[in-house]
Design a protein around this ligand. Sequence first.
Ligand code: ADP
Ligand code: ADP
Length: 239
Amino acid sequence: AVLLEMKDIHKIYPNGTVANRGVNLEVHEGEIHALVGENGAGKSTLMKILFGLENPTSGSIVYKGQEVHFQGPRDAIQQGLGMVHQHFMLAPSLTVSENIVLGDEPRKGMFNMFRDRKTELNNIKELITRFGLKTDPEAAVDSISVGQKQRVEILKVLYRGAKLIILDEPTAVLTPQETDELFDSIKSLVAQGYTIIFITHKLREVMEISDRITVLKAGQTIQTLLTKDTSKEEISRLM
Ligand code: ADP
Ligand code: ADP
């Protein structure tokens, strides 16, 4: 079933830059959908529109069969959408579990955090185990590796109930081994019914992990393909 549809999205920024000029994106439930296109193709703008951080000039968004306009990341996550950025937003002086519970605004949440510390810790441990996101919830964030920090970012959105998770160039700062571990976690998420939008420049990753590919060029969707029906050469030509 189609989970998310962005239809004929156009975006002209106030300075006149046309960032999206007819973008179509159709994401099916339970798939890994690669969103590709060179720098400046309009991927970030499209995701900002999805999360309500920019208003589209025209076009519509249908999520779970209903037209939607999310008011911002907080609204989007309440509806089950989570974004993991390539730049991590973790509070270094807090532990992994504190970061997961408090989210992106640790100072605001400080006072009511861990009202029921034991239950929250158990929930977090359960999430960590369920997705094989090997991370110690009691570790200080400034003591863990980059790969582990990224898992904490993924756990933050899972903890808030995200079912559609957008990963923005998630392997950019990972070692090859961390990349393999991330891919195992992504496959585990999908096996449990989650849906992934995977923004990447890397052909090898598109071939290895995606089910479907949307290619943006100069602000337009030029192709939507099923990965298994498409040769590496063809995808390479389009990217
Ligand atoms: P991508 O994520 O694929 O690199 P972007 O959506 O970031 O593409 O950018 C698409 C185009 O829109 C680029 O030309 C970029 O410089 C421009 N752009 C992005 N954000 C803004 C903005 N806030 N104001 C004006 N132009 C912008
Ligand atoms: P990213 O590709 O991760 O969005 P950028 O460095 O391209 O990172 O953009 C950083 C910020 O600057 C973003 O919020 C983007 O919207 C904005 N931006 C990008 N290009 C332009 C532009 N030409 N004019 C104004 N703002 C821009």
